[in-house]
Structure formats: C-alpha cells, structure tokens
Design a protein. Structure first.
Length: 170
C-alpha cells in the first residue's frame, strides 16, 4: 500500500503500541498472547523504545496508516557474546491490513537492517504449524523449517505444534 508509512517508534508511540498489541491479540490465536495479555504497560513500553535507541542488534518497526498503527515488526537479540549474532523476528499486521504486502515490506526491512547492523548473521522465528499463510511468507523470504516443537501451544483444550524457522543472512 502506497499510503503506509514505515518508521521506528518514538517514545510518544508507547501507548498506541500497547493498545495495538492488546487489540491484535484478540484478532488471532496465532500470537503468543491473547487480547489484553500484552505484558507491558505504556511506561514499560516507553522504556523499551528508549532502550532501542542506538542499539545495534535490536529494533522495532511500525507500519502506520496515518496515525494508526497497522503492523509492528521486531528483531530481538541477546547481547551475550555467543548468541548476539542471532535475532528473533516477531511480526504482526492487523487483520484488515493483511494481504496488502505490509508484512512482506516489514520483513524485508528487518532483513536489510540485520544485514547492515554489523552483528546479526542469523534470524530465527517460531510460528504455529497451522499458520499456513505465515509459514508460506517466511519460506518466500528464505527461512527454512529447522525443527518442530510438538504440543507447544495449548488453547481451548487443543494442542498446537510450532515450527522453529531460521535463516542465515550475508
């Protein structure tokens, strides 16, 4: 979509980010949290945004339609010497904005950011095996299924498996 703006968050975005995560948690069962289960409040989210400033191997990108957040993508990495090269990708796009290329754009921007940060050489993620649209999208970008965690998610009495996916970047 041409009218979508992509940018890093500012401290003033904290409440909107928390509200977005709490909203999208109720739109899908594919996230690791449900509606209103996002673990951070606005103050903690603001502190996280400030922590990202100047951070070489952790980032957050927002996709906005006007002032409305419609997608968020993150790379979270350890600062430990042996594991800081690996970033964990997280992404969510609001349901009404899915299928418009926003997720693809966010993923490509994160991959490009990782390639340029001088630290990240591997990206990993996990996703439910029945989230076929997401699995398809990740495969398109070169992620491979590296393993499967059986019965990892329990929701409404039903167990779901998770794929562990990863890719090396150059």
């Amino acid at each position: 979509m041409d009218n979508i703006i992509y940018r890093n968050p500012a401290a003033g975005d904290a409440k909107k980010i928390v509200d977005f995560y709490n909203y999208v948690g109720g739109e899908t069962s594919f996230l690791s949290f449900e509606k209103d289960e996002y673990p951070l409040g606005a103050e903690e989210q603001e502190a996280e945004i400030k922590r990202l400033e100047g951070n070489v191997n952790n980032t957050m990108l927002l996709a906005l339609d006007g002032e409305e957040i419609v997608g968020i993508a993150t790379i979270n990495s350890s600062h430990k010497l042996k594991s800081r090269h690996e970033g964990e990708l997280g992404i969510v796009v609001a349901q009404k904005y899915q299928g418009q290329g926003i997720g693809s754009r966010l993923i490509q921007m994160l991959i490009d950011w990782c390639k340029g940060n001088g630290v990240t050489t591997r990206i990993r993620l996990d996703t439910r095996t029945d989230n076929t649209a997401a699995v398809s999208l990740y495969l398109k970008f070169g992620f491979v299924v590296e393993g499967c965690l059986r019965n990892q998610t329990l929701l409404n009495g039903k167990y779901y498996d998770l794929y562990i996916m990863g890719m090396m970047i150059k």
